[in-house]
Design a protein around this ligand. Structure first.
Ligand SMILES: [Zn+2]
Length: 494
C-alpha cells in the first residue's frame, strides 16, 4: 500500500502577485459555482422533461458557455486552465458524490480559506544549482504562462518534498500557502497486515507496547505510561488573549453593521478591516492547535515503544454544546460565566483532540503501526487494576481511588491505562475491523499516463528535493540525487 503525503508551505507573493492570484481564485470559484447552479437548475426545473427525453444533467467539464464578452469579460483576464480546473474540480466533486464519498457539490463561499488549483501548464519548479559544486540547492517556483505571468513566488519549504503534478495556492486568515500532495514512494504495510501482526502478541506484551491516550480538560492528553502533553504556557496565555480579542472584534463588527444600517449605507472599509483582523486572530489559535497536534502525534508514533495507539471515540459535537442555563432561587436566569468559559476552553481543546487523533492515525499508518478508537463509556470511572466501575471511584478531578481494591492513582493516568487495555482487548478479540478505504479513480491519474509533448515522461515531477527556503535563499547543505531538468530531457514517448 502506498500512502499519500500532503505538504503545506507558507508562501509570500508580492502585493501585485497577490492581486493576480486573488483574481484567479475568484474566477475558478465562479466557474465552479456556475456549474453547481446550472446543475441545480437542471435537477429542479427540467427534471420532469428529462425522463421523457432521456437527456440528463450533463456532468462534464465544459465551461466556455459562461464566458461572455459583455457579461463576464473578466473571465478573459485569467488563463483558460484556471477556468477549466474550476470545472474539473466540480466534476471531481461529482465523481466523489457518485462514489458515495460525499454530498453533491455545493456553492463555494467567499469567506474562509480560498485557493486556486493549478496544473502543470501554469507553474514550474526550476532547480537552483550551486554554480561551484553543481549541487541542486532547491527550487524556484514560477507561476503563470507567457500571456499571464505571475513570476517567481517565494515559499518556505520546511521539509523535504517531491515536485508535484499540481499545486494549490491559497490564502487563509491573511496568510498565503502553497500546498500539494503526492504519493509516498515507500511501501507501507496494509492496515489489515498490521492488525494480523499485532494479534500475534499476548495481551501482556501488547499492553506494554500500547499507548492509551486520555483526553482531559486540565491536561489535553495524558498517556498510560505517565506521559503528558500540554500547550506551552505562552501559547495558553496568548490563546486566552486572542479569545478576548476575537470577542472584541465581533462586537465591533456588529456595531459597524448596525451603524451602516442606521445610516442606510453599504458596509464600509473599516468593517472590512475589522473582518480581516478577526480572521487573523482566529488563525493564531488554529495554528497553535495544529502545531500541538502535529508535535504530540509525532512524539507518540515515533516512540519506538508504541505499536498500538488507542483513543476514546468521543462525541465531539456533544462536547462542544452550549452549557446549560441556570436559574437562581427566585427563578430568574443566573449568569453562568464559569460554565461558558469551561465550554469555551473545552471547545478549543476538542479541536486539538480531533486533530491529534487524525494526525496520529495517518502517521501510524506511515510507520506501519495502528491507531484505533474504543468505546469511551465510563473510562474515567473504571479501575485499571481490578476493573471495578463506580462513579465514587473518581474522588476529584485529578484523583482516583478504587472503592473495591483501594488502588490509588492520578485520574488521567488511570483512564489512560483503562483505554489502553480496552484497545488491546478489542484488537485481540477481533472486534476491530479496518475500514475499507474508498477512493475515487479520478484522483489517481498519473503524469506518466498523460501523453503529449509537454507532459511526457520528462516531467514526472517525482524527484526528491531537500528542504530549502523557496526561492534561492540558499541555506544549509544536503545530499540528493541529480535533478531532472524539464527542458533538457528528450520526450521519449512516441
Ligand atoms: Zn480496583
Amino acid at each position: 500500500m502506498q500512502a499519500q503525503t500532503g505538504f503545506r508551505f507558507r508562501c509570500y507573493p508580492t502585493a501585485a502577485q497577490a492581486q493576480i492570484l486573488l483574481r484567479w481564485i475568484g474566477c475558478q470559484r465562479f466557474i465552479y459555482n456556475a456549474k453547481v447552479t446550472e446543475d441545480r437548475y437542471y435537477r429542479k426545473f427540467a427534471r420532469k422533461a428529462l425522463d421523457q427525453t432521456g437527456i440528463y444533467p450533463p456532468v462534464d467539464q465544459q465551461y466556455s458557455r459562461y464566458i461572455h464578452p459583455d457579461l463576464t469579460p473578466w473571465l478573459k483576464e485569467v488563463p483558460s486552465q484556471v477556468l477549466r480546473n474550476g470545472a474539473v474540480r466540480w466534476r471531481q466533486a461529482y465523481a466523489r458524490y457518485f462514489q458515495g464519498l460525499g454530498g453533491r457539490p455545493v456553492i463555494r463561499k467567499k469567506i474562509g480559506r480560498q485557493a486556486v488549483w493549478l496544473t502543470s501548464e501554469l507553474f514550474v519548479f526550476h532547480p537552483i544549482v550551486d554554480t561551484k559544486t553543481g549541487e541542486v540547492l532547491g527550487n524556484r517556483l514560477t507561476v503563470g504562462n507567457r500571456k499571464f505571468a505571475v513570476g517567481d513566488i517565494l515559499f518556505n519549504a520546511h521539509k523535504d518534498y517531491r515536485i508535484p503534478n499540481s499545486i494549490r495556492i491559497g490564502i487563509e486568515g491573511g496568510q498565503w500557502f502553497l500546498s500539494f500532495s503526492n504519493e509516498d514512494l515507500s511501501q507501507v504495510p496494509d492496515e489489515a497486515e498490521t492488525v494480523e501482526w499485532l494479534r500475534k502478541f499476548s495481551e501482556e506484551e501488547l499492553l506494554a507496547r500500547t499507548f492509551g491516550g486520555d483526553r482531559g480538560v486540565e491536561i489535553p492528553l495524558a498517556g498510560n505510561h505517565g506521559e503528558t502533553f500540554d500547550f506551552e504556557p505562552i501559547q495558553k496565555d496568548r490563546m486566552a488573549k486572542k479569545v478576548c480579542q476575537t470577542k472584541r472584534y465581533q462586537r465591533k463588527m456588529a456595531r459597524q453593521r448596525t451603524q451602516a444600517v442606521k445610516e442606510k449605507r453599504p458596509l464600509g472599509a473599516n468593517y472590512r478591516k475589522t473582518k480581516k483582523r478577526l480572521a487573523k486572530s482566529h488563525q493564531y489559535g488554529k495554528n497553535v492547535r495544529e502545531d500541538f497536534a502535529h508535535k504530540t502525534s509525532r512524539a507518540i508514533v515515533h516512540n519506538a515503544q508504541n505499536l498500538l495507539m488507542v483513543y476514546e471515540d468521543l462525541n465531539v459535537e456533544g462536547m462542544t454544546k452550549k452549557p446549560k442555563a441556570k436559574k437562581d432561587e427566585n427563578g430568574k436566569w443566573a449568569k453562568n460565566r464559569a460554565a461558558a468559559k469551561a465550554g469555551l476552553s473545552k471547545k478549543i481543546l476538542t479541536a486539538a483532540w480531533g486533530k491529534t487523533v487524525t494526525f496520529t492515525k495517518y502517521k501510524a499508518i506511515k510507520a506501519g503501526k495502528l491507531c484505533i478508537k474504543i468505546n469511551p463509556y465510563q473510562t474515567s470511572q473504571e479501575c485499571a487494576e481490578c476493573g471495578h466501575i463506580h462513579p465514587d471511584n473518581r474522588v476529584s478531578q485529578s484523583e482516583f481511588v478504587c472503592q473495591a481494591c483501594g488502588h490509588q492513582d492520578n485520574a488521567d493516568h488511570n483512564a489512560g491505562r483503562v483505554i489502553a487495555r480496552r484497545g488491546v482487548r478489542l484488537l485481540l478479540s477481533g472486534g476491530y475491523k479496518p475500514k475499507e478505504v474508498k477512493r475515487c479513480g479520478i484522483f489517481r491519474q498519473k503524469a506518466v499516463e498523460v501523453i503529449g509533448p509537454v507532459r511526457s515522461e520528462s516531467t514526472p515531477g517525482e524527484s526528491i528535493v531537500s528542504h530549502v527556503i523557496g526561492n534561492g535563499a540558499m541555506q544549509g547543505t544536503w545530499n540528493q540525487e541529480p535533478f531532472p531538468v524539464r527542458e533538457e530531457t528528450p520526450a521519449t514517448t512516441a
